[in-house]
Design a protein around this ligand. Structure first.
Ligand code: HEC
Length: 198
């Protein structure tokens, strides 16, 4: 190989390296730009469509689910909850009929759980199936038709309940059956409950 041919060859190799390097850069650059563009496109969509992220206290929501009048320190509304009349198996009346747990069960399973039979049976569905649902949707269910609780509870109370049902419900079967607690310490449970309530 003479010198001239060699240097042409070297220049060619050099050019190829430069092209390769630039090629690499120019491939990356558009990708970065595309990603940036995607983010820019997403932003307005998120701003208009993303549900408001609710914040509150889901543990309080659990207590409210059990007996909201007690937690809020208010009297139950007069008479029976309107949906109560759609069942006849549970013969209780008045304040109790406004408790979420009286219709949907303390185990959140309604007719498929502990309240499937006996004096508490109403035939109403549980609420376990809404676990994982957007709390905004649950909140809406608590403000609709004969199931509208907004006249009796402030928005934060309803939000706390929605957060509890959407994100914090536990499968109680791991801790308690309809006959007995599975392990556990009732005295300690009472202490925790009382602390949360105050
Ligand atoms: C008097 C009985 C009663 C009371 C009290 C009651 N509910 Fe309901 N609830 C119902 C009935 C009936 C439905 C409708 C079930 C259906 O769609 O068939 C329902 C529906 C729901 C749903 C929607 C379930 C689903 O699968 O879409 C949620 C969530 C719910 N209730 C939560 C609550 C909470 C929380 C409370 C307490 C603040 C409460 N309910 C109090 C009877 C009651």
């Amino acid at each position: 190989m003479n010198k001239r041919v060699f240097s042409l060859f070297a220049i060619a190799i050099g050019l190829m390296l430069v092209v390769a390097a630039c090629g690499g850069n120019s491939t990356e650059a558009p990708v970065a730009q595309t990603e940036a563009a995607v983010v820019v496109t997403d932003a307005p969509v998120a701003a208009t469509e993303a549900p408001v992220s609710l914040s509150g206290d889901p543990i309080r929501g659990g207590l409210l689910y059990d007996e909201w009048t007690k937690v809020l320190g208010v009297d139950a509304p007069e008479g029976d909850q309107p949906l109560w009349a759609t069942q006849s198996t549970n013969t209780r009346s008045g304040g109790t009929t406004w408790r979420c747990k009286e219709c949907h069960g303390w185990d959140y399973l309604g007719k498929d759980g502990a309240y499937g039979g006996g004096s508490h049976a109403t035939g109403f569905v549980g609420v376990m199936q809404v676990a994982g649902t957007d709390p905004n949707e649950i909140l809406a269910a608590l403000k609709t038709g004969d199931h509208d609780f907004s006249a009796y509870m402030d928005d934060q109370a309803l939000i706390d309940i929605a957060l509890f049902l959407g994100e914090n419900m536990l499968d109680s079967a791991a801790f308690i059956t309809d006959k007995a607690a599975v392990g556990g310490d009732a005295a300690n449970g009472e202490t925790i409950y009382t602390e949360e309530l105050h």
